[in-house]
Every structure is written in C-alpha cells, then in structure tokens.
Design a protein around this ligand. Structure first.
Ligand code: ADP
Length: 448
C-alpha cells in the first residue's frame, strides 16, 4: 500500500480489532482514534503514540474513511454527519478482503454456533499440517492475518456487524448456520437482520460453495434464493430428511449430497454434548467433503474436540449433579437450544434483556424444575415467567447459586444450568466474566 500520510482516517473503537487496524494502517495514513471508554483512549495514546481527536472537533471533510469496530452500530448518532457526507465507513473485514485470495477463505456466520464451528473446522484443517489462520469475530482479529506469512486457508467467524460494511468481502466456502432473534435493537426487525446475514453470499460466484442450515424459516428462505443462481449449495439439517443435502438421523450423518457412506457419531467418545452441536458438526463435515479431505480427520478431531469455554461447558459431573456453564447464551434461541437437550434443570437466567417473547422456552416446561432470575430485568422476567415456571428472583449470581444448591438437596439428580438468554453488560464486563464468576462461586460454595 502506498504512503498516504497526507490523508487522515479515523479508527473508531479501540478493542482488539481497533489495535490490529491501527498497526496495519499507522505507517500509511495520518490516523485519528476514538473510543468511548476514557481509560482505553488514554492507554492507546500512551502505548501507540496515536492522535486523539474529540468527536466534536473532527473536521469531517478531512477524513478519507472511517474504520468502525464491530461493536458500534452504523445507526450510531455520531455517524450521521459522515454518512451524510458520504465518507466511507468500513470494518476490518473490508481490508482483509481486499488483500486475501478469496479461494482460500472459508467464512462462517449465523446467530449461534459460529465460534464452535470455527474451532471445529480450524482444528480439522490444522491436522493437515498446513498453516491455518482462524479468527475474525472470535480472536485474533482479521487484520492480524495480514502481518504474517501466507496461510493455506483462512477460516473466519463473521458477525452481522462485520458483514454490513465490507463491500469487497467474498469467500470460497460460505456457511450460514441459523438465524433467530438477536440484535434487534440494531436492526429493528429479524427480517433486516436476516438481510445482513445473507451478505455472506453477496459476492459469491456460481462456482463457489454455500453451506446453509435449513432448520429455521429465515435461513431456509435464503437457501431457496441462493440456490437459484449457484451450483454448489449444500443444505444441512439436524433433523429433517434432505433428498439432496446432509442431515442427522439420530446420531448418524446421512450424506445425500456427496452420496457418501453414513457416518455414525459415537456420543460416548466425544467430549461435547452432540445434541447441542449437531448443526456445527454438519457444517464442518460439509466443508471437509467440499475440500476432499479424509473422513478419518473428521472423526479423530471430533473425538478430541473440547467444547469452548462458556458454551455448554460442563464444569462438574457426578452421579447426582451436572453443572453447565453456558454463559455465552446471550439470546433466547441459544438458551432454548441448551435446555432442549437436558432434564431436571435448575436454570439461572437473566441479565440485560434482549427478547420479550418466551414462548419457545415455555414449550420446554417439562425440562425445567425451577428458574433463578438474575440481573437488571429480574422483576420483568419474573412477571413473564412465573405463570409457567417455579421462579425465584435472586438478582445476583451468588444468591442464585446459594438457593439453587439448597434446592437440589431435595432431588436424586439435578442439572444446574447457567444459560442466561440475556447479555451480561448490566452486571459483568462480558459473558466471559459472567461465566468465570459463575464457576468461581460454584467452586467456593461446594468447597465450603
Ligand atoms: P456464536 O459464536 O455464534 O455466538 P458459540 O459457538 O459461541 O456461537 O455458541 C453460542 C451459544 O449458542 C452457546 O450458548 C452455545 O451453547 C449455543 N450454540 C452452539 N451451537 C449452536 C447451534 N448450532 N444452534 C443454536 N445454539 C448453539
């Protein structure tokens, strides 16, 4: 890239991807930075010798383009002026896409299961002993891929935020796992949210491959649309027969797309809950077949694969108790997904509310013994749920665990599940912090 020091750009948001973006651009442009958190701004200026510009002081006509962190919406009021002035706003994905050979890119999106699928696909590809870049929404950030040697493949987890501002994005294999209600505060409706998710196929040409979960109506609709113009579109389903697709029948993968032999996944040999991960496993299998890799790699990796932290992570297992940390369940669909595969559940739920329709959870009433409600919306959630469930407002995690451990003494077998169906920002730094505190508190109570 040529030196453009006479041009200024603004990096808005200085988290992991902001840092990586700064490192990528600092020799090429005059850079202004901004982050809403004062501490982060201060540290950035100190560590990176960057120029801080107060938002109100920015002379927009001098800004060549803006790079926006995935966490900030395009609807943010402060972006109204630059948008009006037609100043381009990109995410890191745009610059990644301009540089990297599209034939080497495998991209994953969906409401739930992205990180797990990324980890599964990356693990299998790494077993081929080729250098693999694995990152994106899940660390490391995308532009880190441009600093080092060339990679054999780039496996990317992409959020809707990344997809909405990357016009050059294209990938050889694109995966859409599922679409359910999430981030509606940003997109207004699930229809708009689905439109952004569809962008994973936006520049996709006829010969590239699309792998699409068809178990929800929004993804299914996208499947029908994409199929009209593309050759290699593989539908996948965790429970539906597909005449020309790949699906699960109980624990067996039936491959009617590549017409491969049935493949039984032995749940006793895997370290993760297969029921919760069937879609992720199917997507991984479809990638492997598309790349013509051996099935041995697949089974070996599955048997060794440990679930990522905070995603249906079993933290205790004994004859009469299982304790599961599913703190990453920040929307109702992921909580419902976990509840479905478990029984005798004492569910810790709540936080910063995202969904107001709990019908899908209510359908699973027979799986849940009691709900312990935490977080800023505890009273609201209690009102919504206590008609159907035995509920107790606990407000904080410590109380929830204490009450829960007392309650389970009345039963021979119980499952304690932290699966909040809400984001964590009302009481925690993020979902990792929430999950870690849950684990610590549980251990403290048990060792008392
Ligand atoms: P993402 O990166 O899309 O947020 P994760 O793999 O981190 O997905 O999982 C997020 C949450 O969704 C966890 O609670 C996990 O148990 C649940 N989950 C994982 N895979 C799926 C899936 N295919 N469908 C629905 N929920 C899932």
């Amino acid at each position: 890239m040529k030196n453009n020091k006479d041009k200024s750009i603004l990096i808005f948001g200085l988290g992991e991807s902001g840092k990586s973006t700064f490192k990528y651009f600092y020799k090429k442009y005059n850079i202004y930075i901004w982050d809403d958190k004062k501490e982060i701004r201060k540290n950035f200026v100190k560590n990176y010798n960057a120029k801080l510009k107060n938002f109100n002081d920015i002379i927009w006509d001098k800004i060549y383009f803006i790079i926006l962190t995935p966490g900030i919406s395009l609807k943010d009021k402060r972006l109204e002026i630059p948008i009006k002035k037609n100043i381009p706003i990109y995410r890191d994905l745009e610059f990644f896409s301009r540089k990297i050979d599209k034939d080497k890119v495998i991209a994953i999106t969906g409401t739930n299961g992205k990180s797990t699928t990324l980890a599964l696909i990356s693990k299998i590809l790494k077993n081929t002993n080729n250098p693999i870049f694995s990152g994106g929404n899940f660390k490391p950030p995308l532009l880190d891929a441009l600093f080092k040697k060339k990679y054999f493949k780039y496996v990317l987890e992409l959020s809707s935020f990344q997809l909405e501002s990357a016009p050059s994005f294209n990938s050889n294999i694109s995966i859409l796992l599922n679409i359910s209600e999430d981030h509606l505060e940003r997109y207004g409706s699930i229809q708009n949210y689905a439109k952004i998710k569809k962008k994973i196929f936006v520049n996709s040409n006829k010969n590239q491959t699309a792998i699409i979960g068809v178990d929800d109506k929004f993804s299914k609709k996208i499947y029908s649309e994409i199929k009209k113009n593309k050759k290699n579109v593989i539908p996948i389903s965790v429970n539906k027969y597909l005449k020309k697709g790949i699906y699960f029948n109980k624990n067996t993968i039936i491959d009617n797309y590549y017409k491969s032999k049935n493949l039984n996944i032995d749940n006793y040999k895997t370290n993760f809950i297969l029921e919760n991960n069937k879609m992720n496993v199917l997507a991984t299998y479809a990638v492997l077949k598309t790349m013509n890799l051996k099935k041995d790699f697949f089974i070996k990796t599955l048997n060794k694969f440990k679930p990522l932290k905070h995603r249906s992570q079993i933290i205790h297992k004994s004859k009469n108790l299982i304790v599961i940390n599913d703190s990453k369940a920040t929307n109702l669909a992921s909580t419902v997904h976990s509840v479905k595969s478990l029984n005798n559940i004492h569910l810790i739920l709540g936080g910063k509310i995202k969904s107001r329709n709990y019908a899908k959870l209510i359908e699973l009433k027979s799986h849940i013994r009691k709900i312990y409600i935490i977080g800023e919306s505890a009273n609201y959630l209690n009102k919504k749920l206590n008609i159907y469930f035995d509920c107790e407002v606990c407000k904080i995690m410590k109380t929830a665990i204490r009450v829960c451990l007392k309650d389970i003494k009345n039963y021979n077998f119980s499952t304690i599940l932290l699966s909040p169906a809400c984001s964590s920002y009302d009481q925690y730094v993020n979902f990792e912090d929430r999950g870690d505190q849950f684990i610590d508190l549980f251990k403290k109570f048990v060792n008392k």
